[in-house]
Design a binder for this molecule. Structure first.
Ligand SMILES: Nc1ncnc2c1ncn2[C@@H]1O[C@H](COP(=O)(O)OP(=O)(O)OP(=O)(O)O)[C@@H](O)[C@H]1O
Ligand SMILES: [Mg+2]
Length: 296
């Protein structure tokens, strides 16, 4: 390179920069991302979560840059965007799962039903019962199917009698679409189930403590298409009773389950719109680039 004509080198550098920054070259002025600016419909009339000017840093590195968003009651909202853009980080703020990461600092206003999620007197165990979480990899406890579902109700003292606990376990497994497969093997070890069954068990475990919100971080990425279809059906049914926030790398999945879709890019919330609009007529060119596969 050093022996090349300087103007050619400069041009090559410019090309490299263009390759590194995933911005369409024809309209670079439109792709300057302004902090706190989100196109579309990020706000809702009766929000379950009201999130304002949220920034998250890991040490000196900022992972979420001044995001404001409402999540409506009983909506399913999908978070999409390229790897490393902050989807999981932002999701984890909603039930303070980031608390366990020492270097993580969360700023801004995060309200659940008008109450500050990060208030110093907030009971985090109670918060996580209200805002449950299902992870990418099914993570049942190495206990029986029954004990997995009964775990939360037991520690929260939700059932006084064995028959009450039996009812909670049955209802939770029914809602998670697992009762028929599990009812004759409630005492079997949960880790012996198939991956798809384990993930539905984790959903049953989350449901068992009567949460208001369920956060799901790529819940189907370890599952085959049939198991995925069952979870997606479940998500659609659960929306009647819960508010659901799902991170997904599958645009088809977002299109199938989510009412609104939020597009994240390099820690910014670029666009939030009705899911159909995001995938057919995105407002922001970065959203369009992502959904048309120009990067991701
Ligand atoms: N525990 C952590 N410590 C330090 N940095 C972290 C930590 N977790 C995430 N980050 C950084 O924060 C940024 C956002 O990461 P995050 O995991 O939220 O992205 P993501 O959109 O969920 O990505 P993916 O689609 O790959 O799951 C990345 O730069 C990542 O390296
Ligand atoms: Mg993630």
């Amino acid at each position: 390179m050093n022996t090349m004509n300087p103007s050619i080198t400069a041009e090559a550098d410019r090309q490299d920069q263009r390759a590194a920054i995933p911005v369409p070259q024809d309209k670079p002025e439109d792709t300057v991302l302004e902090e706190g600016k989100t196109v579309g419909t990020p706000f809702a009339d009766d929000p379950k979560f009201k999130l304002r000017n949220v920034s998250v840093s890991y040490g000196a590195a900022r992972a979420i840059k001044n995001i404001s968003l409402d999540i409506a009651r009983n909506e399913v909202i999908a978070f999409i965007g390229p790897s490393g853009c902050g989807k999981s980080t932002f999701l984890r703020c909603l039930n303070r799962m980031n608390d366990s990461i020492d270097i993580c600092r969360v700023e801004g206003q995060l309200m659940l039903d008008e109450e500050d999620i990060y208030h110093s007197k907030r009971d985090v165990v109670e918060l996580r019962a209200r805002v449950g979480m299902v992870f990418q990899k099914p993570n049942p406890f190495p206990k029986s199917i029954y004990d997995n579902v009964a775990y939360g109700p037991r520690i929260h003292g939700l059932a006084n009698r064995k028959t009450d606990l039996d009812d909670i376990v049955e209802n939770s497994l029914r809602k998670a679409g697992l009762w028929d497969e599990a009812k004759d093997r409630l005492d079997s070890i949960a880790t012996g189930m198939s991956g798809g069954q384990q993930q539905r068990l984790c959903i049953a475990r989350a449901i068992a403590v009567s949460p208001e919100v369920i956060l799901m971080d790529e819940p189907c990425s370890a599952l085959d298409p049939i198991a995925t279809a069952r979870i997606e059906e479940l998500i659609s049914n659960m929306a009647e009773s819960y508010t659901i926030v799902i991170v997904t790398h599958s645009m088809q999945q977002a299109a199938r389950v989510a009412h609104r879709t939020a597009y994240f890019h390099l820690g910014h919330l670029v666009e939030v719109n009705e899911t159909n609009k995001v995938f057919t007529a995105p407002e922001h060119e970065l959203t369009e680039s992502y959904i048309t596969g120009r990067f991701g």
